[in-house]
Write a protein that binds this ligand. Structure first.
Ligand code: SF4
Ligand SMILES: [Zn+2]
Length: 122
């Protein structure tokens, strides 16, 4: 089975292809989308979290340059919902990764509130 990072790279490729096909009417990626794809893959490769990399949407570091970040957000907003029909397995995989991220945040929130209530009890 492919690693989570490999699946994430594939998903980004699918999303950018969907976006490019729709907005730029190309069969293969146009130069701008190819640039965004290369940039995204490079970010994943250099991610400081390594194998523990979270989804970029929930990242606290945000290593993307602001213009690239806006571009990839635009791509995801467009392609995310459409992937449910065209690539249901990848869409579910992405949804589950987002859900795990949200669960982790909730757990951290609970720990924080436990810590502060403990502090009040001291
Ligand atoms: S945005 Fe965060 S998770 Fe995504 S590649 Fe950059 S550092 Fe890693
Ligand atoms: Zn394009």
């Amino acid at each position: 089975m492919k690693s989570r990072l490999d699946r994430e790279k594939e998903t980004i490729g699918v999303m950018i292809r969907m976006y490019c096909r729709y907005f730029h009417q190309t069969k293969s990626l146009c130069l701008d989308c190819l640039d965004l794809y290369d940039y995204s893959l490079n970010r994943i490769k250099c991610c400081p979290f390594g194998r523990e990399k979270p989804l970029c949407t929930g990242c606290t570091v945000h290593c993307y340059k602001s213009d690239k970040r806006e571009e990839i957000r635009r791509v995801m907003r467009f392609a995310g919902p459409r992937m449910i029909l065209s690539h249901p397995v990848k869409a579910i995989d992405h949804f589950l990764a987002k859900r795990r991220l949200s669960d982790k945040r909730q757990i951290l929130g609970i720990k924080t509130s436990i810590t502060s209530s403990n502090r009040n009890n001291v």
